[in-house]
Write a protein that binds this ligand. Structure first.
Ligand SMILES: [Zn+2]
Length: 348
């Protein structure tokens, strides 16, 4: 199987762009799932939605027995917590964004009746000409707020727009694919991996490759809050989590590599499965790194905590500045896609 990943660079960039530009903070899956369905079906996979809103993309293999893969389409975000006297919105975070990086970010408030309003995350000391602590004030949920781009002076003014506590707040994905191959966006974690799945499906279809086992690719929508793949289809022989690889401190991975995670905060991944992925990468010239992620959980952990007796491993493109201003490189994406293809065609 010889694949020139440069042939799929433009396709990948386009698919990632479509996926990343639809807001989907954890649990808000209603807008993104029709796109996932369309992209899966046009590449030969069938689509079904679980009761709690996760997608399962099925691609027929030589055998009816199934292996699982999982990536998550949910992102970090926020929710309206309350409405101040003066019409400012307080918020609670969804997942774990680095809050100081949200200071000054544009956002969209999505009401329960489907209206959208724009705003900006700010600190409570937002003006350098007025507040002595404009630079030094801590950026936390309690001293940040959302400035709504509507003429509102009271909580009633805000409520008249249809905005209430519990409305989702999505912030800008800021997607850029540079000529030098870097992919920048707030939400590379983990929409980059969802776009990898779609590109894998396209390659299977284009090159008429049939995987050994039937694939069940899960696209989950609650990973950032810990229970994305707590439900998985029955009968899985393995589960490969595909999520962002960590970079920094004493870790080995770069944005150009596929990271293979040996252990995260929840403990080690399956020994034999992880060793097999390392061998596949090593023996096929894939640029990879093995790492321990210090502050990290994945959908494989969610699956195990829920009690499923399925061996699991975790790989993904190296992502710099995760949960902040994220970046990876197409090299890392290409290495991830190649390792997934090897895994699904060489697992006997
Ligand atoms: Zn993730």
């Amino acid at each position: 199987m010889k694949i020139d990943m440069n042939d799929y660079k433009a396709y990948y960039g386009e698919v990632f762009g479509k996926i990343v530009n639809i807001p989907s903070p954890s649990g808000y899956y209603v807008e993104i799932m029709p796109l996932i369905k369309k992209l899966a079906e046009e590449n030969g996979a069938s689509f079904e939605l679980t009761n709690k809103g996760c997608a399962i993309l099925t691609y027929k293999g030589k055998k009816d027995e199934v292996i699982g893969l999982s990536a998550h389409a949910d992102t970090l975000g926020a929710m309206v917590r309350g409405i101040h006297e003066n019409g400012k919105l307080t918020f609670t975070k969804v997942g774990g964004p680095i809050l100081p990086t949200l200071d000054g970010e544009y956002c969209t408030i999505i009401t329960r009746n489907g209206k959208k309003y724009t705003g900006t995350f700010l600190s409570s000391s937002p003006a350098a000409h007025v507040y002595k602590d404009a630079s030094s004030a801590e950026r936390t949920e309690d001293n940040m707020y959302i400035r709504l781009d509507e003429v509102v002076k009271t909580p009633d003014d805000v409520r008249k727009l249809g905005i209430e506590s519990g409305d989702y707040v999505a912030y800008e994905p800021k997607y850029v694919f540079t000529d030098s191959g870097f992919i920048k966006s707030r939400f590379i974690d983990d929409k980059a991996s969802v776009a990898c799945f779609i590109t894998v499906l396209k390659i299977l279809k284009d090159m008429a490759i049939t995987p050994e086992y039937t694939l069940k690719m899960m696209v989950t929508v609650y990973e950032e809050v810990g229970h994305g793949a707590s439900y998985v289809p029955s009968g899985l022989k393995y589960m490969l989590g595909v999520d962002m690889g960590c970079i920094g401190k004493d870790l080995n991975c770069t944005e150009h590599q596929v990271s293979i995670c040996a252990k995260d905060s929840h403990g080690p991944y399956d020994y034999a499965f992880t060793s097999k992925l390392i061998d596949l990468a090593k023996n096929n010239g894939i640029d990879y790194a093995v790492d321990i992620y210090p502050y990290y959980g994945s959908d494989v952990g969610a699956m195990w905590t829920a009690g499923h007796d399925v061996p699991g491993a975790l790989i993904g493109t190296g992502v710099h500045a995760s949960h902040g201003m994220e970046r990876t490189h197409f090299d890392g994406i290409a290495n991830t896609i190649k390792l997934i293809l090897l895994y699904i065609t060489q697992t006997k």
